[in-house]
Design a protein around this ligand. Structure first.
Ligand SMILES: Cc1cc2nc3c(=O)[nH]c(=O)nc-3n(C[C@H](O)[C@H](O)[C@H](O)COP(=O)(O)O)c2cc1C
Length: 472
């Protein structure tokens, strides 16, 4: 069940013809990103890439690992991403009625979820090589865009813990390489790690941090999910992959990290120590200005002897991270449906920047109550970063954007079906406020709802039967 290591996953990708090995020497400064960008924009997302010879480093780089629907499904052990909704639905169905409203926050009470708690082991591949005099300069971390402030680790699992309870958090936050033994981590305000950082600062204590690369792809995906604070991302990864993850305690602090990781960077943040990290060309397709981020002093690096550095190249959508966003969409859809039965489906279109915009369909039960449904779903965080929300009836497939646009043109009366709320700006565009909401559902008999044009069924069938006779 699942893949214990990134190596195992790459092996599977190769078996499925989903991996391309680049044997020519390639520069980690811009060139790896340029090649990856070109491949990931091929129809369907192109193959995953393994750059076997990276200039200035003895370690290969893997990119575009998650950059297609089929690879995302392979990574999470499901036939298609849609199957994730079914799995989540089954799990939620086991919640006792008095806990159902808690949604994901109730998962730790479920036996079916508890059995996926990580197992702590004494070692693992991530300990093959131990470097107590860390030198990050030896590793092929990428600079993706010409205007980036430097090199970044772009596909990390960042582990922190609550200083009071010890509860762990794992998030994917970009890591800037400052020099051989200093990095900066860019976690957004309100993220799990940022909350821990705040608590450590208030106590005036240094904060332990571990940055893991690789391991089971399910763990890498779990790091991107906005799970409630009481749900351990690594336990969720265990549930995703169908067996508990093996974790090992860091050498220089008490954080647990995946034993199957390619590399683990252990370190700590001195209270109040920050440095500017950017600019960074991110998934909006624009450079984000430099921010003051906490500085991690690296205490040691441990790694596999045949370590591979996974990386992603974010930039103008659609790029690899868009497919990761799709896993979250399919996983969280059942939560939305349970809480608001009028909502039948959601699509976060790839081009609308991760979860930056949503198309929602509603059943007859939701019709007429659309504004309330959307307001509530936004307030509850399900559509937290959506800056555009378009609602259609459920006879339209939310993924069929031309049909959605056609419905908007026919159904939305700009005088009554267009709303802009004050909203608050959310990362990654916190300075842009407001949310645009278009209600493109049927409003009832009378204008603008006239009968929709459709061919007579019996004529359709006759044409189908005679198709060849027409010479096609
Ligand atoms: C490729 C990629 C890069 C990301 N980079 C960042 C980042 O730099 N900072 C951040 O706060 N969130 C970033 N995110 C989003 C977080 O991973 C996501 O919000 C996750 O839920 C954070 O974990 P948390 O909920 O435990 O804080 C990124 C997501 C992806 C897929």
């Amino acid at each position: 069940m699942g893949f214990d290591t990134l190596h195992d996953f790459l092996g599977e990708l190769e078996r499925f013809g989903e991996l391309h090995r680049v044997q020519a020497e390639v520069d980690p400064l811009l060139e790896v990103a340029a090649v990856t960008g070109r491949v990931s924009r091929l129809p369907g997302g192109g193959p995953a890439l393994l750059f076997e010879r990276v200039k200035g480093a003895a370690v290969p780089v893997a990119t575009n690992l998650f950059g297609s629907f089929s690879r995302m499904a392979l990574a999470l052990g499901v036939p298609s991403l849609d199957a994730l909704s079914g799995r989540m639905e089954e799990l939620l169905a086991q919640l006792p009625p008095d806990q159902a409203a808690l949604g994901l926050a109730a998962l730790p009470h479920l036996d079916e979820f508890r059995r996926f708690a990580p197992v702590v082991t004494g070692g693992g591949g991530c300990r093959d090589v131990v470097e107590d005099a860390p030198d990050l300069g030896r590793y092929p971390f990428l600079q993706s865009w010409p205007g980036d402030g430097g090199r970044f680790i772009t596909l990390p699992q960042v582990f922190t813990s609550d200083p009071e309870s010890g509860a762990p958090n794992c998030g994917m936050y970009r890591v800037r390489i400052f020099n051989g033994n200093r990095v900066g981590i860019h976690w957004y305000a309100g993220s799990g790690a940022e909350l821990h950082w705040r608590e450590y600062r208030e106590r005036g204590e240094r904060m332990p941090v571990a940055v893991a690369l690789g391991g089971d792809p399910a763990a890498m995906v779990a790091a991107t999910l906005p799970l409630p604070g009481n749900v351990d991302e690594m336990q969720f990864a265990g549930w995703l992959r169908g067996s508990p993850l093996e974790m090992v305690r860091c050498r220089t602090n008490s954080l647990l990290v995946p034993a199957g990781a390619e590399m683990v960077i252990e370190g700590f943040i001195e209270p109040g120590e920050t440095a500017p990290d950017g600019p960074f060309g991110n998934h909006t397709g624009f450079y984000m200005p430099s921010a003051q981020v906490p500085v991690v002093r690296v205490a040691c690096i441990t790694r596999r002897s045949d370590c591979i550095c996974p990386a992603t190249v974010v930039g103008p959508p659609p790029a690899e991270d868009c497919f990761m966003a799709k896993a979250a969409e399919r996983l969280f859809l059942p939560l939305v449906r349970r809480r608001w039965p009028g909502i039948t489906d959601i699509n976060f279109p790839l081009e609308w920047i991760f979860h930056g915009g949503a198309v929602i369909s509603v059943s007859a039960a939701g019709e007429g109550d659309v504004r309330r449904l959307v307001d509530e779903a936004c307030a509850a965080g399900m559509l937290g970063s959506a800056r555009i929300v378009v609602v259609v009836n459920d006879d339209i497939d939310v993924r069929d954007l031309p049909r959605v646009a056609w419905r908007v043109m026919n159904m939305a009366d700009w005088r009554s079906d267009l709303f802009v709320d004050e909203g608050r700006g959310t990362p990654p565009l916190p300075w842009l406020g407001g949310r645009l909401f278009i209600d493109a559902t049927r409003k009832g008999p009378g204008p603008p709802v006239f009968p929709e044009i459709a061919m007579d069924g019996s004529v359709e069938r006759r044409v189908e039967e005679r198709w060849k006779e027409y010479g096609f």
